[in-house]
Write a protein that binds this ligand. Structure first.
Ligand code: DX5
Ligand code: ZN
Length: 218
């Protein structure tokens, strides 16, 4: 399977210097923007106005990860803002199929995320409605946590379902991705990798991206 993308998470960047921080990852495939509302997860980050400013200056497309309650109400606004890929949490949506269709209708790629404890099987029939499936490899809310190996079988089952149905859905993993864990996630079938601390914690983020890419392709 062709490997694809390294999407650094700006959660681990310096929030006072976002424009400069974005320039440091211009060799990335996209920038992962973590939106948290202090309800769906016990942490608060940025909202739509800041995302719009990131969008205006980013050298790479935006991959927004919405860790917010009432996704049905708030996610379409991110698509309207021109965010290339908008990912909502299945656990935060009442009508995920309707929402995915709305995101696509507004010109965004439709992504859906699952917490580590949420099974993928109930959602397999809606794969054709999605451009991206995000399997969280930590509990969402904070950067710098350890990769949960217990998610690997779910990644494998999702990969088998995607390949079996012939749909073009990216399989993203997010949380605890390092040069070591990316190898296991890639082997299990993931092809889009979010990395926060492994990129922005490195002396040279651009070089860290290349090392992760090489490890994923190994
Ligand atoms: C966690 C966020 C992640 C986070 C990953 O809830 O969704 O995107 O930034 O950070 P690391 O790579 O440090 O685990
Ligand atoms: Zn994320």
């Amino acid at each position: 399977m062709a490997q694809c993308c390294i999407n650094p998470s700006i959660l681990s960047a310096d929030f006072v210097n976002l424009e400069a921080e974005l320039r440091r990852i211009s060799n990335a495939d996209a920038v992962h923007v973590d939106v948290m509302d202090n309800h769906f997860v016990p942490n608060l980050t940025i909202g739509l106005p800041v995302v719009q400013r990131i969008q205006a200056v980013s050298p790479v497309p935006l991959d927004a990860h919405l860790m917010i309650a009432d996704a049905d109400r708030w996610a379409p606004g991110f698509a309207d803002a021109g965010v290339a890929s908008v990912t909502f949490h299945a656990e935060a949506s009442i009508a995920p199929i309707k929402l995915a269709r709305e995101l696509r209708a507004r010109g965004a790629k439709a992504g859906m995320a699952l917490r580590p404890g949420t099974p993928v099987e109930p959602y397999l029939d809606m794969l054709p409605e999605l451009d991206l499936l995000l399997i969280m490899t930590v509990e969402p809310g904070f950067g710098g946590q350890s990769f949960l190996d217990l998610t690997l079988p779910k990644i494998r089952r999702a990969r088998a379902a995607i390949d079996g149905s012939g749909v073009n859905v990216a399989l993203q993993v997010d949380g605890g991705i390092t040069e070591e864990t990316i190898v296991r996630a890639a082997e299990a079938g993931a092809n889009v990798f979010v990395a926060g601390s492994a990129v922005y914690g490195a002396a040279d983020p651009a070089e860290a991206i290349e090392r992760l890419r090489a490890a994923a392709n190994r």
